[in-house]
Design a protein around this ligand. Structure first.
Ligand code: SF4
Length: 350
């Protein structure tokens, strides 16, 4: 089946489901998936809007922690589906709950500190459950600064995980904050008390293999070739990349900045390649150049065939294998952590 036929078929099956099915796609999805999505956004936008949707069936086109987050926030009458449950995020695999709990307890008992965990949404339900249980919050790249400042103002020390770079780059943007990597290969380094007392944010050692590909040299080459260029990058990038960019922020921020920019402006963009390619297509009056063509292969696992199969299975009432279910005993605290983020962000807007 060629692309147009598939799109037609997808719309036909969707119409049959009478508006009761919502297709939500992350910005890094393939353009043809974005074309059939009712909702397109970054992790925060998707989590927030899905939780407000009246649709009973939600198909999440993204990686599995996103579908899991949607399932945590879903109402009793809502079902969450993912077209390919093998679409994983390697970063989410980098913080094992047993190691996290061990390190958290060790930090608290060894140094007697008032510690709260903050977890990037790129993580699994067991971690979010732990964070909710301990009075912490999730965060996304669009709100990490607001969330960290919320706890810092309460004089808490923070265990930030799993992404070292989002934590470090965000801490760099907050005045007088000392953030340190404390764990390497599952082992906590042996610090003395005075050293630990000076630390505000303890950083895990996770990273995104896609955003790690951008280098300072990528920026220098683009600046040499296009002196008027503005460089914008995602905060999962290395610190030297973020520090040498003109702007940095979440995927939604990057999308909006380029969309609102002046005709004829030139952008060097350091984030996922499929998304940058779409940015270039959607902004033909500007020049949009990737720092490097770095693609997330897991995001790309979702395609039109799998989306069509999922829709068809929902329509036939045989979609069990696509449905994302979460354990009830983990859901309560995990939703606390996600809702805490929404509450902190929304109250910061008042
Ligand atoms: Fe995970 Fe990086 Fe892919 Fe995002 S781009 S889903 S953080 S591997």
């Amino acid at each position: 089946m060629i692309e147009n036929e598939k799109l037609l078929k997808i719309n036909t099956v969707k119409d049959r489901l009478k508006g009761d099915t919502l297709i939500a796609a992350h910005h890094y999805q393939n353009p043809e998936i974005v074309k059939c999505a009712d909702l397109v956004g970054d992790s925060y936008k998707l989590a927030h809007l899905i939780s407000k949707s009246s649709a009973r069936n939600i198909i999440l086109c993204g990686v599995n922690f996103m579908a899991e987050s949607a399932a945590i926030l879903a109402r009793e009458d809502q079902k969450i589906f993912i077209p390919d449950s093998d679409a994983l995020c390697p970063m989410a695999e980098m913080a094992d709950i047993k190691v996290v709990e061990k390190v958290y307890e060790m930090l608290r008992s060894r140094y007697n500190i008032d510690l709260v965990p903050v977890v990037y949404v790129n993580s699994y339900i067991d971690l979010k459950n732990f964070v909710g249980r301990e009075g912490g919050s999730t965060c996304t790249s669009s709100n990490a600064k607001i969330i960290l400042q919320y706890y810092l103002k309460k004089n808490k020390k923070i265990l930030f995980l799993p992404d070292y770079f989002l934590g470090a780059n965000t801490a760099n943007a907050i005045k007088d904050v000392n953030a340190r990597k404390i764990i390497e290969n599952g082992e906590i380094e042996d610090f003395d008390n005075d050293y630990v007392k000076e630390i505000n944010i303890f950083l895990w050692d996770g990273f995104c293999p896609i955003h790690q590909q951008f280098t300072l040299n990528d920026i220098l080459v683009l600046r040499k070739n296009y002196p008027e260029i503005k460089v914008i990058v995602h905060p999962e990038s290395k610190e030297e990349v973020v520090n040498n960019s003109d702007y940095y922020g979440s995927t939604e921020y990057i999308y909006d900045m380029i969309k609102k920019s002046k005709k004829g402006s030139v952008w060097g963009v350091g984030t996922e390649g499929t998304f940058v390619q779409r940015l270039a297509l959607e902004n033909p009056d500007k020049k949009v150049i990737p720092l490097k063509d770095a693609r997330c292969f897991n995001m790309a696992k979702i395609n039109l065939d799998k989306l069509l199969d999922t829709l068809q299975a929902i329509s036939d009432n045989k979609a069990e294998k696509y449905q994302v279910k979460v354990e009830n005993n983990l859901k309560i605290n995990a939703s606390k952590a996600l809702n805490k983020m929404i509450e902190i962000v929304e109250s910061s807007r008042i």
